[in-house]
Design a protein around this ligand. Structure first.
Ligand code: C2E
Ligand code: CA
Ligand code: CA
Length: 500
């Protein structure tokens, strides 16, 4: 008996909605001998007299199936395709591009330090930011590109039919430029930065796994850069990726084996030529001959939150040194770099003050350097920590001033003492007579706000003389001294004198 089963889609007349109907029917034929029989061959029109069956509205069932299929293939927070769907698209694109001899690009887009946003503002704000970010990403990409969310703060963009890697690099730059506007939350601006790793088929991999792995290697590399936040895969990067694991192990071992040392770089008051203060800069003493500079490990320390351990070590060592100097009648202000991760911690201010107390260090002998990017984030926890610290008498310096976002309003709101102009500003000063309008203008701002003004990266006599002409500057750089060990700092201070 042939039971004929079909699904029909019916559009309703009054509204545009679709009805899904399942029809199970049996044809009825008239026998030549008389009587009826059920559904054999309804092509024999002369015997066919009708259909007997049941029609069932399965619209809800269909919707449920569709939702399940959607959930299986999509990320529910952003509505974007998930890894499963992306894998399917990648497989088809590999086949298509192979046949047609075309290239395509895979962009691995990662939000830097997203954990910090979640930790500071809570998961629901983090989710809102991810949704809003996904929307901005979608608007910054071509309609034919496939944008997927892999999980947490990781997204992938699949760009079909690219002529060369330049197309993918241009797309990455465009995405980075379109996502610089801060997100607003509760009166705060929340800035995010991205790292993008690019792999192009077939140049950087011929299989799905290879392409994903190589875009991941490229994004890890992009994270180690401060300015250029995108990176195209190349074979050279392969070794660097294993370098990340290597550096993480190096940090962990150096903590265990107490290999961290603190060097100090003097800051010179250019009006008097005397030492104004010194900056504590951390290093790893790998062996007798090798000192590893923070450029090699700070980013990875921040990614892994190991920066908290390093921060504790540096603060303790600096306090230990200050305590020892104080006992010898020497008082010098030491500035210590603080990472955004540390400042966002609960009870961070209490921890710092307790440490100072343990070593009998007066808060006035300490200045904390906080980068401009951290300060503009201006989160509740960071702000409350800063206020507690300044209330206790600790000075705050804005580090890398001029590299952050353009809004200067934070200068007015926060209890700051010092502006440290980023070293990039001095790089193009090649003669003492250069007519550079930016540095004097910033000096005016700094004077107006009654802040100390430090220029970093003074390397040449011409730069030194240029700054001397500007007046009211403090200089820090190789021209005066490289960062040096604590005993050599004392020698330096004896040679050059110290501010009263
Ligand atoms: P930073 O805070 O901007 O520190 C100044 C960096 O510029 C230091 O690099 C210093 O050695 C270097 N420098 C000084 N004078 C000159 C110069 O004349 N020319 C040039 N080209 N560079 C100069 P260093 O010690 O390698 O530290 C790099 C960065 O690592 C620091 O940049 C800071 O962001 C971070 N860092 C260092 N120590 C710590 C620490 O204890 N905690 C944290 N969170 N970050 C640290
Ligand atoms: Ca600094
Ligand atoms: Ca700096």
């Amino acid at each position: 008996m042939a039971l004929n089963s079909q699904e029909l889609r019916l559009r309703c007349k009054n509204n545009e909605s679709l009805l899904h109907v399942e029809v199970r029917a049996i044809n009825i034929e008239k026998k030549i001998t008389g009587g009826y029989k059920l559904g054999r061959n309804y092509n024999r029109q002369q015997n066919f007299i009708g259909t007997y069956g049941v029609a069932r509205d399965i619209t809800e069932k269909k919707k449920a199936e569709e939702i399940i299929r959607f959930q299986h293939n999509h990320d529910l927070l952003t509505g974007l395709p998930n890894r499963t769907l992306l894998n399917g698209h990648l497989n088809s694109l590999i086949t298509h591009s192979n046949i047609n001899n075309e290239k395509f690009a895979l962009l691995f887009i990662d939000i830097n330090r997203f954990k910090l946003i979640n930790d500071t503002y809570g998961q629901s704000v983090g989710d809102e930011i991810l949704q809003s970010f996904a929307k901005t990403l979608r608007q910054s990409t071509r309609d034919e590109d496939i944008l997927a969310r892999l999980g947490s703060d990781e997204f992938m963009l699949l760009m079909s039919d690219v002529i060369s890697s330049d197309d993918a690099i241009a797309a990455a730059k465009n995405i980075i430029s379109k996502t610089t506007t801060p997100f607003k939350h509760d009166g705060h601006d929340i800035h995010i930065t991205l790292s993008i790793g690019i792999a192009v088929y077939p140049d950087h991999g011929e299989t799905r796994e290879e392409l994903i792995k190589n875009s991941d290697i490229a994004v890890c590399n992009a994270k180690t850069k401060t300015r250029k936040r995108h990176c195209l895969y190349s074979n050279k990067l392969k070794n660097k990726n294993s370098n990340t694991v290597f550096v993480e192990n190096l940090i962990r071992n150096s903590i265990k084996e107490e290999r961290f040392v603190v060097f100090y770089q003097p800051q010179i008051d250019l009006n008097t030529g005397k030492v104004h203060a010194a900056e504590a800069l951390v290093r790893i003493f790998a062996d007798e001959e090798t000192i590893i500079l923070p450029g090699k490990f700070i980013d990875i320390a921040e990614e892994t939150s190991l920066i908290n351990d390093i921060g504790e070590i540096v603060l303790k060592k600096a306090c230990e040194d200050i305590h020892e100097w104080n006992k010898r009648g020497l008082h010098i202000q030491i500035s210590i770099n603080m990472s955004a991760i540390q400042l966002a911690m609960d009870n961070f201010a209490e921890y710092v003050l307790e440490t100072l107390n343990n070593y009998s260090v007066n808060p006035k002998e300490i200045e904390l350097e906080i980068t401009e990017n951290t300060l503009v984030q201006n989160t509740k926890k960071t702000l409350s920590n800063i206020v507690k610290l300044t209330d206790a008498g600790i000075n705050i310096a804005v580090d890398d001033f001029g590299t952050g976002y353009s809004s200067l309003s934070y200068l007015d709101h926060l209890p700051l003492n010092t502006l440290k102009l980023d070293k990039s500003f001095l790089q193009n000063i090649t003669s003492e007579n250069m007519q550079n309008t930016i540095i004097p203008a910033i000096i005016n701002v700094s004077n107006g706000l009654q802040l100390d003004f430090i220029v970093e990266g003074v390397e040449t006599q011409a730069q030194h003389k240029y700054l001397l002409q500007q007046g009211s500057c403090i200089g820090q750089g190789y021209y005066y001294s490289r960062p040096i060990e604590k005993d050599r700092l004392i020698e330096f201070i004896h040679q050059h004198g110290q501010k009263k």
